[in-house]
Ligand binder design. Structure first.
Ligand code: IDP
Ligand code: MG
Length: 138
């Protein structure tokens, strides 16, 4: 099976009408959509997804942002999918993200940086299980 990764188009992407633009970039690159859903991420889900960040100073701001309106969650497939997605996303801080990347082209604030992508195959497996438990065969 090809490598799979979890992507979120965050609330700012939905609010700004940029979901098609962002997902289109992944599709044009040659990645394949496996699953997609719209959901509002509540406090519990945010804390599970962002477990590594809950103790950080920026977490309250991140948690408020990620829960403020619906997100689009996707499973995306392709060779080294997590790496390809992270390259297309650009650096976490959009002001440092390269032109040509989603964040470099379309965002300016570090919290409202439009998109999440798993940072390793292990993170991808964990995050896909959180957002798409129905895809995991036991
Ligand atoms: P990533 O999304 O590029 O993997 P992470 O370090 O995993 O970046 O951080 C998760 C999310 O938390 C970021 O995408 C961003 O929305 C937010 N974030 C990260 N660092 C900061 C910060 O220093 N201030 C405010 N928000 C931050
Ligand atoms: Mg991360």
């Amino acid at each position: 099976m090809a490598d799979r990764t979890l992507v979120l188009c965050k609330p700012d992407a939905v609010e700004r009408g940029l979901v098609g633009e962002i997902v289109g970039r992944f599709e044009r690159k040659g990645l394949r959509l496996v699953a997609i859903k719209m959901l509002t991420i509540d406090a519990d889900l945010a804390a599970r997804h962002y477990a590594e960040h809950t103790s950080k100073g920026f977490y309250p701001e991140l948690a408020a942002f990620i829960s403020r309106s619906p997100s689009i969650a996707l499973v995306i497939e392709g060779t080294e999918a997590f790496k390809v997605v992270r390259t297309l996303m650009g650096a976490t801080n959009p002001r440092e993200a390269a032109p040509g990347t989603v964040r470099g082209d379309l965002a300016i604030e570090v919290t409202e940086n439009l998109v999440h992508g798993s940072d390793s195959p292990e993170s991808a497996e964990r995050e896909i299980a959180i957002f798409f438990p129905e895809l995991i065969s036991s």
